[in-house]
Design a protein around this ligand. Structure first.
Ligand SMILES: N[C@@H](CCC(=O)N[C@@H](CS)C(=O)NCC(=O)O)C(=O)O
Length: 265
């Protein structure tokens, strides 16, 4: 379960491997050159390890020798302190800083949950083996044998817990469209980034949380089958990629996902 670096005493990032909130944290830590070991899990198998690491229920959780961070925004702030250069200084440019914080929060609250519900709703319409394969790709060896037999139970729990149904998917589609329209209004002015003229936490959060719909090649976890998704998912993916917001997310991945701003210890 390797992250970049990964000495035995390195910080541990507990994840649901393909989760877009986990990708947000992974990207920020990699950007800062923080060495960490990723302990990844399939959905629902994450609950016990998350509690053991000091989190509540959700991933990502970053467990370090002296503290635990159990929210992706806290992990981005930590990565920023370590040199990721994600937040403008509030002392130098308070307006830009407030705008980055506002957008990160908007994407966390609206975009992330909407993408998740909408994707799961459509994924769960596909033949079960397809989704089982995706979940197995997220599981470490010790969990893999359990993914297939427990899949019906996991799917039931997720549908109930995340309100994954047709009405929820439609609400999420509208929320998604609302956020994408706001992003595209900014891009229409010719801006290369969401705030100011440099890459910030707002851009990283947008690209990571939108990524499951556009499948950037540099995504930090395998997304098996993404290139060969059956209909209607293939058309939904192609429409997401064709939008200016989709092109923007893919460009951010191309230009910034591999950046390391401080040397990995
Ligand atoms: N506000 C949290 C949200 C994270 C979140 O929703 N994580 C999802 C994965 S995409 C999760 O772990 N869900 C599992 C669950 O709720 O049981 C953060 O930013 O870290």
């Amino acid at each position: 379960m390797a992250g970049p670096g990964g000495a035995a005493d390195a910080p541990v990032l507990v994840t649901i491997r393909f989760s877009h909130f986990c990708e947000k944290a992974r990207w920020a830590l990699s950007r800062a050159g923080v060495p960490f070991r990723e302990e990844f899990h399939a959905p629902l198998f994450h609950i016990r390890p998350v509690r053991r690491a000091g989190g509540q229920r959700t991933t990502p959780v970053l467990r370090m020798a002296d503290r635990t961070l159990a929210d992706s925004t806290d992990i981005l702030r930590f990565a920023d302190e370590q040199g990721a250069r994600l937040f403008p200084s509030a002392a130098v440019d308070p307006t830009a800083r407030a705008e980055v914080d506002r957008l990160e929060n908007l994407f966390d609250e609206r975009l992330g949950p909407a993408v998740r519900r909408w994707v799961y709703f459509h994924l769960f319409q596909l033949p079960a083996p397809f989704v089982v394969e995706l979940f197995r790709s997220a599981a470490p060896p010790g969990e893999q044998a359990w993914v297939r037999p427990l899949f019906p139970l996991v799917r039931f729990g997720m549908k109930k817990g995340l309100k994954i149904d047709a009405a929820g998917a439609e609400r999420s589609r509208r929320a998604l469209d609302e956020v994408l329209t706001q992003v595209e209004a900014r891009l229409a002015t010719g801006a290369r980034y969401l705030v100011g003229d440099a890459f910030t936490a707002a851009d990283l959060t947008f690209a990571a949380l939108y990524a499951p719909l556009v499948g950037p090649p540099a995504y930090g976890a395998p997304l098996p089958g993404f290139a060969t998704l059956p209909e209607p998912f293939a058309s939904l993916r192609d429409a997401a990629i064709a939008r200016p917001a989709g092109q923007f997310a893919l460009r951010l991945y191309r230009d910034h996902r591999a950046e390391r701003l401080s040397p990995t210890a």
